[in-house]
Design a protein around this ligand. Sequence first.
Ligand code: FES
Length: 194
Amino acid sequence: MATLEDGVSPTQTVVPTGDVIENPRRRDYLKVAAVSFAGVGAAVTVLPLINSMNPSADVLAQSTTEIDVTAIEPGQAIKTSFRKQPLFVRNLTPAEIAAADAVPVSSLRDPQTLAQRTREGHGNWLITLGVCTHLGCVPLGAGEGENRGPFGGYFCPCHGSAYDTAGRIRQGPAPKNLEVPNYEFTSPTVVVVG
Ligand code: FES
């Protein structure tokens, strides 16, 4: 009869006839164990790789967004993103500028003129975060055909805050105007935000 000393491996079994047969269950177990170990190894290897692809907070805080505004017609706006937040870029019509300028600043909850919220020589470009200053919903009004609310700017569907054509809060619970990020025009049609 064969014994371990006769060269029987741990994956083999000696049956009563003295023959040596492969032990499939033991072998299967070893295969599963090997695959599982390989899986864990892969996960451990991949996670640092994925993490290294996410910008760190300080890198994100310094990032800029370049936008070509050529295709945005007067009266239109686009939604894009800046540092992972929605960003509205709007080309105001002369009528929208006039409407914003006609509002007595002293009557505003967060008093600011349109000129203070735009750049000299680019007064028709209203660039704001698309984040309601109440609880952070994304207001409507930048997308084609969206409800711009009673003041023609943006309207937050969450609790009804209404912003005017300068992105200033005019009605509803939001305490502040839509935030204007830091930006500059690097050419007549290119703006760099950040
Ligand atoms: S989050 Fe916009 S009104 Fe509340």
